[in-house]
Design a protein around this ligand. Structure first.
Ligand code: ZN
Length: 472
């Protein structure tokens, strides 16, 4: 499965298309009409959902969907009769096939389960070529010709510090790219965000990447070894995603690494959705996606106001159509043109609400734990339906757990406890206790949203949380 040539063509087309807002709108309009017609033709789930609607309806007339709707009837959603939920799950359960194309043509990833079973997402090869073209678009925005030449000189080496151990979008995509492209097999390096800081530092130093992709919390974890002179890499830029990063934290990281820290907003349903510009806004590829900021009742949120959620339409992927899909993020669209000059629509995304945890190790030093990394460790355990990790003290983690009905409650809990203890021990936190809470998982009182990792009201040593993320 080779997608390099098609991706190059898609990228070139996108650079041409992005110069004018009118051109982007025309492309969006024709691709949407084609996608809706295709979904009605080939996906029994969408055929039922759209029954009774005019043949060419307005986007706003189409019902919104979410992970529960699409994954609830996976076999009726997808547009290839060879794809079944059980078949894809069997493929994902085999660690030896991590990052390989499924049926030799599909990229498959899971989103971590906040409710019910994890979401399964399948992307076809044309969509993958478009996603690569989108990465080309952001490279072209972020890098000068001189930077491209420097990238080339450094062997195009990229390191991705992401959650591993499952088929999560980030790690799977990197491995998928390494599998389908022999050149990237050498130049792309996957580094587990769950590894101890010392090991991450050693791996990064050995690979000497020109670009680093990383969670903000993992980047903050690397500031102390950087400032001590132990982490010697010199990236052209650092790309963060998956969590919110404050402006202050970003400036500190930029000063420490001597390069810009850029942001990508992505999801298992489409990655990248949007990327940051010099004016500190995110721009989304409106020729290949539609973002509709909406209120809780799905009525439109005017530009300039924060929405309750946002509906995503992925115009590139035909095999498992994503049309008016509720992503759950609050976004604010910029009402006027962005000063950076881009014709792509500009937005800001409210921070995803998982929080960094700061524990105290046996020597009394603070250790920061990235929420996505510890959540990824929990996601490795099969049979969990809902997991919420709550720090309730300087060295105590409580787990609110609901086990799937077809699994044994006690064995799932013991496996989860073992996995979390192992993860914490790798971070130098063997002293942290992992106990099961008798409370059910709870949604936030403030946002009404479910957060998988949080600090409890009575815990999370605030003094320690304010200290630098050092391992003493
Ligand atoms: Zn901009």
């Amino acid at each position: 499965m080779a997608i390099g040539r098609e991706a190059f063509g898609r990228g070139a087309q996108m650079l041409w298309a992005q110069r004018r807002a009118g051109r982007l709108r025309r492309l969006q309009h024709s691709r949407l009409a084609a996608l809706v017609a295709h979904a009605r033709d080939c996906s029994p789930l969408y055929r039922d959902l759209y029954a009774g609607l005019p043949w060419s309806p307005d986007l706003a007339a189409l019902p919104a969907v979410d992970k529960r709707v699409l994954n609830g009837d996976f076999d009726a959603w997808v547009c290839d009769a060879r794809l079944t939920r059980s078949g894809v799950e069997e493929f994902l359960a085999d660690p030896g096939r991590f990052g390989q194309p499924y049926l030799d043509e599909y990229f498959v990833c899971t989103s971590s389960g906040t409710t019910g079973r994890p979401g399964l997402f399948v992307h076809d090869r044309h969509a993958c070529a478009v996603y690569l073209g989108m990465f080309g678009r952001l490279d072209a925005t972020w890098l000068s010709w001189r930077d491209f030449a420097r990238m080339e000189l450094r062997g195009d080496r990229v390191a991705a510090v992401v959650g591993t151990g499952g088929h999560f979008a980030g790690a799977s995509w990197v491995q998928f790219m390494r599998t389908v492209n022999p050149r990237w097999r050498r130049s792309w390096k996957l580094v587990s965000a769950q590894w101890p800081t010392d090991r991450i530092v050693a791996e990064l130093n050995a690979h000497d990447p020109a670009i680093v992709l990383i969670y903000p919390s993992s980047l903050l974890q690397l500031l102390v070894p950087r400032e001590r002179g132990e982490l010697t890499i010199s990236p052209l830029f650092i790309e963060v995603g998956g969590e919110a990063m404050s402006r202050g934290a970003r400036q500190r990281a930029e000063a420490a690494f001597g390069c810009p820290v850029r942001t990508v907003y992505g999801a298992s349903e489409l990655d990248p959705i949007a990327f940051s510009c010099d004016a500190d806004w995110l721009h989304y590829s409106s020729d290949w996606a539609i973002l509709e900021p909406v209120q809780a009742d799905f009525t439109p949120t005017p530009p300039g106001q924060a929405s309750d959620t946002v509906l995503l339409t992925n115009l590139a992927n035909r095999v498992a159509p994503i049309i008016r899909y509720d992503l759950g993020d609050s976004v604010t669209m910029r009402p006027d043109p962005c000063p950076c000059g881009s014709a792509l629509p500009a937005l800001r995304v409210a921070g995803r609400s998982d929080e960094s945890l700061t524990f105290i190790d046996a020597q009394g030093g603070p250790v920061v734990v990235a929420p996505l990394a510890i959540a990824a460790a929990a996601d490795r355990v099969r049979g969990t339906e809902l997991v919420q990790l709550v720090q309730v003290g300087a060295s105590e983690l409580q787990v609110r757990l609901r086990v799937s009905p077809d699994y044994d409650d006690r064995s799932v809990w013991l496996a989860l406890q073992r996995e979390l203890r192992g993860f914490l021990a790798d971070q130098g936190l063997s002293n942290v206790s992992v106990a099961r809470s008798d409370q059910p998982a709870q949604v936030s009182q403030v946002s009404g949203k479910f957060r998988r990792v949080l600090r409890g009201d009575d815990g999370g040593d605030q003094r320690a949380a304010a200290s630098p993320p050092a391992r003493q």
